[in-house]
Design a protein around this ligand. Structure first.
Ligand code: PEP
Ligand code: MG
Length: 564
């Protein structure tokens, strides 16, 4: 049986399903409450046990990453928080059983956090629930969760961050969650641990028994329940190969991406939140070539404030340690929806109200984001990138708004980066044709092949029926890329690529021969791409020859020979 899900950590994993089902309800029903003093005593014991657990975890778990330690530390602080402890004691003194007192205090604090207009703090409600559950487990005598076996695919509605942090990479291979978002702590930790992970997945015990075999293909977003022997053999080979390759590539991830003849290419990261930076650095990415800021807007029911955005952009800039971070302004619309912007439903959303078009009609919102980016420029090297440009006026208007944003910050006495470079995504046929002109107005180009392919070939990037036509090796796209790079270099600006093509090893000979200055990609691809660059000469692709091809297959066949 095949089930689909949303990939949050790529890769392939094989293992046995273990359902994580903390049935507190059942235990709560059988809990016997005693008098106030006895309940207080039980609560104090539970508190001490919970504190001891966290202490031991922090002391003994060498494999805890910085973010995991931070979360565990936050939980420790909550368990020492006088207001929280007193809230529980007060409920017990009012005659509530210790278990109910914990639940009531957690609910009070959750409501309090909910009222605070800060997504980070709202997300911390989960920490409160997590800490409450830890106390409940101690009160109810539920043993701490333990993993059975050493090839486990953990399946749950949700997993508390502290449980995720305690999972051993040696035992757990994959995570399937019904809930979860990119900013939830649980997913942050799963990512840090490198568990192959999918969210939005519903696997029930009716579909697969506890302990039964499962294959998680988080390269394709597929889960194979009760796989056949053939599938097992095929995937076992894939996993083995994946492991050997990963180890080798990770050992070499931080070496520069330098071709055999000594040309260094900048390999940067595509990220969608500050949490992605830890992995980006450890996977050898040098800075950020594309920060998709829209995810921040999509996860929130309200427009993120200047302060909230500033904190996120600043965190990215700081972690890049002097390398450039290209922050793309809001690219909402198309297939990306956002509750906080009440946008009309459109028949042709990719050709409709999207990206810079929306921003230029919501100037206050746009300037809020521009101010936040400019402010982050004090803490590192940041760049502003405009998506979906089709007209020069979109560039000049944005630049005018950037100047206004600077003036506003000056008037408020708020420091900002004076020389933040401004670039555009070149991802529409109009911007390809106008590239020589646009290049005179911006500091850099970044080629967005994901959209460039769909707009050049008139193929909806999300439509499976016409998917066979969607190909960045189509000669029309190859010609476009050539024109863009040439225009940029003639105008003396740098040009990168941040569409999926940048992470495709087969595209490298062409891109290197063009003299592309930067390649930005999904973080997990960076070690392999860097390794491929190290094995290539910078001028192996004959541009005259590749530009003569009129069929996609000719381009493919030619490049395939070069990456052998
Ligand atoms: C692109 O279009 O290539 C790109 C990188 O942007 P997105 O995928 O976010 O549209
Ligand atoms: Mg795009």
């Amino acid at each position: 049986m095949l089930v689909r899900g949303n990939v949050v950590v790529e890769g392939v994993a094989i293992g046995n399903i273990q359902f994580l089902d903390m049935d507190y309800e059942k235990h709560l029903k059988s809990y016997t409450a005693e008098d106030i003093e006895a309940e207080k005593k039980k609560y104090n014991q539970a508190l001490q046990l919970a504190q001891k657990d966290l202490e031991e975890m922090l002391e003994s778990e060498e494999n805890l990453s910085e973010s995991e330690k931070e979360i565990m530390g936050a939980h420790q602080m909550l368990l020492e928080d006088v207001a929280f402890i007193e809230a529980i004691t007060t409920y017990i003194e009012q005659g509530k059983p210790a278990t109910e007192a914990v639940l009531l205090a957690v609910a009070d604090f959750k409501t309090m956090f909910d009222a605070i207009d800060d997504p980070y703090l709202r997300e911390r409600q989960n920490d409160m629930v997590d800490v409450g559950n830890r106390l409940l487990r101690k009160l109810l005598g539920i043993p701490e969760f333990s993993i059975e076996g050493d090839h486990v695919i953990l399946c749950a509605k949700d997993i508390e961050p502290s449980i995720m942090a305690g999972l051993s990479e040696k035992k757990v291979k994959g995570i399937l969650l019904e809930n979860g978002s990119k900013t939830s702590h649980t997913v942050i930790i799963a990512k840090a641990k490198g568990f192959v992970t999918m969210v939005g997945v519903e696997v029930t015990s009716q579909m697969a028994a506890q302990g039964s075999s499962v294959i998680v293909d988080a390269d394709k977003g597929e889960i194979l329940l009760q796989p056949s022997e053939e599938q097992m053999t095929e995937y076992k080979e894939r996993v083995e190969k994946q492991e050997t390759e990963r180890t080798y590539l990770m050992e070499r991830a931080k070496l520069p991406a330098c071709t055999k003849d000594g040309r260094e290419v900048l390999v940067a990261a595509n990220i969608s939140s500050p949490e992605d930076m830890e992995k980006a650095c450890s996977f050898g990415c040098e800075g950020v070539g594309l920060y998709r800021t829209e995810f921040f807007f999509m996860e929130s029911s309200k427009l993120p404030s200047e302060e909230e955005q500033f904190e996120a952009y600043k965190a990215v800039a700081e972690q890049a340690k002097g390398a450039l971070c290209v922050i793309r302004t809001l690219d909402i619309g198309g297939d990306k929806h956002c509750d906080c912007l009440k946008l009309e439903k459109e028949d042709n959303p990719f050709l409709g109200f999207r990206a810079i078009r929306i921003c230029l009609q919501s100037k206050d919102m746009f300037k809020t984001q521009l101010r936040a980016i400019l402010r982050a420029g004090v803490y590192g090297k940041v760049g502003i990138m405009i998506p979906m440009v089709t007209m020069l006026s979109e560039i000049t208007e944005t630049k005018k708004l950037i100047e206004e944003a600077k003036e506003e910050l000056k008037a408020r006495n708020v420091p900002y980066g004076e020389n933040v470079p401004v670039g555009i995504m070149v991802e529409t046929p109009a911007s390809v044709m106008m590239a020589p002109v646009f290049a005179k107005y911006v500091d850099f180009f970044s080629i967005g092949t994901n959209d460039l392919v769909q707009y050049t070939l008139a193929v909806d990037r999300g439509n499976q029926t016409v998917n066979y036509l969607y190909d960045y090796f189509n000669p029309a796209v190859i010609q476009s890329i050539y024109q863009i790079v040439t225009a940029a270099h003639e105008a003396g600006i740098w040009v990168g690529m941040c569409g999926e093509m940048a992470g495709d090893r087969m595209a490298l000979p062409f891109l290197l021969s063009l003299g592309i200055d930067e390649l930005s990609m999904s973080v997990s691809q960076a070690p392999a791409v860097k390794e491929q660059i190290r094995s290539l000469e910078s001028d192996k692709c004959n541009l005259e020859e590749i530009l003569k091809f009129s069929e996609t297959e000719e381009v493919r066949a030619y490049l395939k020979e070069l990456v052998k």
